[in-house]
Design a binder for this molecule. Sequence first.
Ligand SMILES: NC(=O)c1ccc[n+]([C@@H]2O[C@H](COP(=O)([O-])OP(=O)(O)OC[C@H]3O[C@@H](n4cnc5c(N)ncnc54)[C@H](O)[C@@H]3O)[C@@H](O)[C@H]2O)c1
Length: 345
Amino acid sequence: MIRAAVIGVGAIGRHHARVYTELENVELAAIADPDESRRAALANRYKIATYPDHQSLFEHERLDVVSVAVPTVLHHAVAMMALERGIHVLVEKPIASAVPEARQLIDAAAARGLTLTVGHVERFNPAVIELKRRINTGELGRIFQYQAHRLSPFPSYIRDVGVVLDLATHELDLMRYVVGSEVEHLHAETGRHVHHRHEDMLSGILRFGNGVVGVLDINWLTPTKVREARITGERGMFLLDYLKQEIYFYQNSQAPHDWDAMALFTGVGEGNMTKIFVNKVEPLQAQLRAFVDAAERHTPPIVSGGDGLRALALAELLIASGAEGRVINVAEEAARRGWPIAVGT
Ligand SMILES: NC(=O)c1ccc[n+]([C@@H]2O[C@H](COP(=O)([O-])OP(=O)(O)OC[C@H]3O[C@@H](n4cnc5c(N)ncnc54)[C@H](O)[C@@H]3O)[C@@H](O)[C@H]2O)c1
């Protein structure tokens, strides 16, 4: 049995704990959280050891894998201590609160041959996986634009980071993954309307190396939760609802039927709309299963530390663009800041 622990059992960490108890080859050994009522609730439900902080957890437990689900500013310190103890780590997204911290985590895991993965859970959303499969087979033809809307009411308990690090990092990771290219330059408008310190609104534009344009509409100001993407290409548009795990395809009736004639793309007309079947699963369960498998088999995780670093770097640059009102060339700015942002390194 793989011995697992969860550090931080708030909104998301308590689900990590539950899912570990549902995996066949995993034993949830313990959790850590300074909040006494949260500790008591889980101790009672799962009959496990609990600790008020990560240090005492590491002192008393022999662990194989750990989920780090503490507030973002603590990701680096907690994940680093786990890696130094020889434990495989899944750190919630964003990987850390600054790029150099992310780099240190990646290096520490690599030096010890440990798995480090990041909780970009939408990669395990079956609707995203189906979308990616269809895009890979060329169903959309050339992609023009990936437009993402991730909107929520204001979560008053998130005080350490703004909406760009908290929510936009999901879409930055997904866009890189689905589009299959890296961002060359970006521009953002940001706003702070409710949060005491950080931005709570982002309108961002990204230009990928393969020409795709990414559009980010992200905020904590909308009184309902929206998680949607529209991916438009030569043959039509996919509409993705991340929450419902649904995909619709809107066909461009004027797209040439012959693949070879695609170069002759001339127009757009309204065609058939199809709802695509998606076999719904809990993304978090798929994510934790993949993490444990990668740790056990020493295979590369589906979301690497490098992926987490890239999403974080782009998020930091969007914040800078919004603050300074300028278009940012990613490679130039990364070099200027001394950021090693090549993925996989
Ligand atoms: N992947 C996702 O979809 C997703 C969703 C929600 C949150 N998150 C991420 O998960 C992290 C936690 O977010 P949340 O919404 O669960 O926050 P939260 O505030 O609800 O939970 C954080 C918990 O960590 C505990 N904590 C603080 N310091 C600790 C320490 N030293 N040791 C152990 N526990 C400690 C807090 O008491 C709290 O219970 C954030 O980084 C967030 O970005 C990811």
